[in-house]
Design a protein around this ligand. Structure first.
Ligand code: BGP
Length: 461
């Protein structure tokens, strides 16, 4: 890759830090969760990165990371989301950032990764415009505190997943009368919050770079039948472009807007929203990529909840599109379709549409890793996954796409959003299972040694 390429790795606060109530931290919606899809999931201790960050950063330095993408827990900085800041929480991220910089690792900061302050959630969450103002104030605080040290900012992680799977990710309480309608209003508020935060970043930190971080998937039509092709384009507009069109161009994607209008889901604009959306433009686009989706035209029987390409959540919407299995792709241990060539296509599609530099903020393989005698983890499957994806990323760069960084998921084992601690992603193994924390020892996996070589050779596989 080009000189200065940001070879990195990613985590998020609530999945890695633990210390859920330490040093004045407030409760987030993740801490307040009582039900988990796959049984007990422990975000309270997680990988205890909060207390072990120095040890972890030393491992990242040994790995050779040029960048580390992590999120700041809003509730460490402002425990109730919009009141008094918490000096101890602010200090933690200063220490983490200083440690990274001391090792020559560029910090890439996500401002919000699924962990809305519970106090804001109780006042209506993203359904309330007060949350927009709270986010912008929180953003200002981050820019003022860390702006002299942090060059790369990400606004909101996977906003599209929060909307598309809103009840699962806890945005809208189960039992709401019209969750979809509420979610698209939440979405609009997040888009406005993001635009205002980007504008504020540019005002306060003229040399910083800021961008959105959605999950973007390659979408295939199930066949060359024209109806399938239209359904795939509709799904891509609803899943991908709705979010990026607003972030980049300040206006909704017309296909997605037509879908919202047809289903009675269009959000209410308040005075000033359109101007706020139009006034901000990102400096780059970050995206998370795990899998592709294959989509067919809706069926006549109205049963369109079909197959899922990833996230364990069915894809399909009656009368709009139906998810199908892609016969050309293999699946991982959790049923996610693995599609490295789709990664190349996704780079090209995003770059063609927006002509902004691209950064990958997540890409990775969840697996049941086994710790063997002698403290080794032979995760050859992960090495293959990453080589295939890095190779395709290099093809995309050769195709002319401007790519500035690659931060796979995850730097170190952490708690999976949907599937607890048995599903692992890290280059570093954390010795614990669901109920037994052991000593949370860190063990370098085979993929650690492999990625170390890849970085040292600037991507030569
Ligand atoms: C993304 C999230 C991450 C991470 C990843 C893997 O959607 O941004 O937080 O969890 O997916 O998902 P999972 O943990 O469910 O396998």
């Amino acid at each position: 890759m080009r000189p200065g390429f940001l070879w990195g790795a990613s985590t998020s606060a609530y999945q890695v830090e633990g210390a859920w109530d330490a040093d004045g931290k407030g409760l987030s919606v993740q801490d307040a969760r009582t039900e988990f899809p796959e049984g007990t999931t422990d975000f309270r201790v997680a990988s205890d990165h909060y207390h072990r960050y120095a040890e972890d950063v030393a491992l990242f330095a040994e790995l050779g990371l040029k960048a580390y993408r992590f999120s700041i827990a809003w509730t460490r900085i402002v425990p109730d989301g919009d009141g008094e800041p918490n000096p101890a929480g602010i200090d933690f991220y200063h220490r983490l950032i200083d440690e990274l910089l001391a090792h020559g690792i560029e910090p890439i900061v996500t401002m919000y990764h699924f962990d809305l302050p519970q106090a804001l959630q109780e006042k209506g969450g993203w359904g309330s415009r007060a949350t927009v103002d709270a986010f912008v104030r929180y953003a200002g605080l981050l820019f003022r505190e860390y702006g002299s040290k942090v060059r790369y900012w990400l606004t909101i992680n996977e906003q599209n997943m929060m909307i598309l799977h809103g009840t699962a990710l806890g945005l809208v309480p189960a039992g709401s009368a019209n969750p979809q309608r509420e979610l698209y209003q939440h979405n609009h508020h997040m888009l406005v919050a993001q635009a205002r935060a980007m504008a504020l970043c540019h005002e306060l930190l003229p040399t910083a770079r800021i961008g959105p971080a959605p999950n973007i998937a390659c979408v295939y039509p199930a066949s060359s039948a024209p109806e399938d092709v239209v359904a795939a384009a509709d799904f891509a507009a609803i899943r991908n472009w709705l979010y990026l069109d607003v972030a980049v161009h300040g206006r909704y994607n017309p296909t997605a807007w037509a879908y919202l209008a047809e289903h009675g889901l269009t959000p209410q604009f308040a005075e000033g929203d359109q101007a706020a959306l139009a006034a901000a433009r990102p400096d780059f686009i970050a995206f998370n990529y795990y899998a592709s989706h294959t989509v067919a035209a809706p069926s006549d029987d109205g049963d369109d909840i079909g197959h899922t390409g990833d996230q364990q959540i069915a894809v399909g919407e009656s009368g709009v599109y139906r998810g199908t299995k892609n016969p050309h792709l293999k699946t991982n241990a959790f049923g996610w379709e693995v599609d490295p060539v789709g990664f190349r296509t996704t780079f090209r599609e995003i770059y063609d549409r927006y002509r902004l530099p691209l950064m990958v903020t997540e890409n990775g393989l969840g697996a049941f890793d086994a710790l063997e005698d002698g403290d080794v983890v032979h995760d050859q499957y992960r090495i293959e996954y990453f080589s295939d994806h890095i190779r395709e990323m290099q093809h995309a760069a050769a195709d002319g796409v401007d790519i500035i960084g690659y931060c796979p998921w995850s730097a170190v084992d952490l708690v999976s959003t949907h599937q607890g601690v048995s599903k692992r992603y890290g280059f570093v193994y954390v010795d614990r299972d669901e109920f037994d924390l052991r000593e949370l020892r860190r063990i370098r996996k085979d993929s650690f040694h492999w990625y170390q070589q890849v970085i040292a050779r600037n991507g030569v596989l």
